[in-house]
Design a protein around this ligand. Structure first.
Ligand code: SAH
Length: 224
């Protein structure tokens, strides 16, 4: 697990590191036990992914605005969804909703091969840049509609949706490997987290988990 910071990133000093340490302790108290995830979150500066105005509170366990009326997920949510995926090195992962790029960075730091789709062009451009500036070359960003998935790179070992879907996206189920896992928040206006596993070509198991609140998973692409 390694990050190379390019010169055009903000400063990451002992204060930020101290705030991250506290955040990691609180995540661990809230039930996140996977040490690789906690390590990745302790290394990755979350304040790089939010506006300068949020720098002092970037390590609160809260979502923050990132533009285009979207938010960076709460750290607990990132850790929770990532923990459900049980990422193994080299696995091919599809993320729907790149947003700030923070969740994609965590997946990349776990040595997965990450594909991430965002429907808002300004967010797509910004997150692509920051992931490159962190030296995370194992993430490929795409501007597109996540309801369609990414058939040209399917099947995936794991798929994570970071926006609230009204129904389980069938196209994403069909892009899972047999034995693969889809983690998706389903419902409106709040969502239940679902963990869906592909048991065979047409057989899936589904587990309904905790309640969350995500921005909605919408259709189409927004240019700008
Ligand atoms: N994983 C992000 C969370 C961002 S919020 C992070 O770590 O910051 C969810 C994101 O999903 C938003 O940026 C939103 O624009 C995007 N989104 C919603 N519906 C989508 C769709 N159909 N395809 C791709 N992205 C979508």
């Amino acid at each position: 697990m390694r990050l190379e910071f390019s010169d055009n990133l903000p400063i990451d000093d002992y204060r930020h590191k101290g705030m991250r340490r506290k955040l990691i302790d609180s995540l661990s108290e809230k039930g996140i036990k996977d040490t690789r995830i906690l390590e990745a979150m302790e290394l990755l500066p979350r304040h790089f992914f939010v506006d300068k105005a949020f720098e002092e509170i970037a390590y609160d366990d809260k979502p923050f605005p990132i533009g285009s009326e979207q938010t960076i997920s709460q750290p607990f949510t990132v850790a929770y969804q990532t923990q459900l995926l049980h990422i193994q090195p080299r696995e091919k992962i599809l993320e729907i909703g790149t947003g700030s790029g923070y969740q994609a960075a965590i997946l990349a730091m776990l040595d997965a091969r990450v594909f991430s789709i965002e429907r808002h062009e300004p967010l797509f451009k910004k997150s692509k840049k920051i992931l490159a500036n962190l030296g995370l070359h194992n993430v490929r960003c795409r501007l597109g509609d996540g309801w369609k998935g990414l058939p040209e790179f399917a099947p995936f070992d794991k798929i994570i949706v970071t926006a609230g879907a009204e129904t389980v996206p069938e196209s994403l189920k069909s892009q899972l490997k047999i034995g693969g896992t889809l983690v998706v928040p389903v419902g409106s206006p709040s969502q239940k987290m679902y963990k869906i596993e592909r048991l065979s070509a047409n057989k899936f198991s589904s587990q309904e988990l905790h309640q969350f609140k995500f921005v909605p998973m919408l259709k189409g692409v927004v240019k700008g």
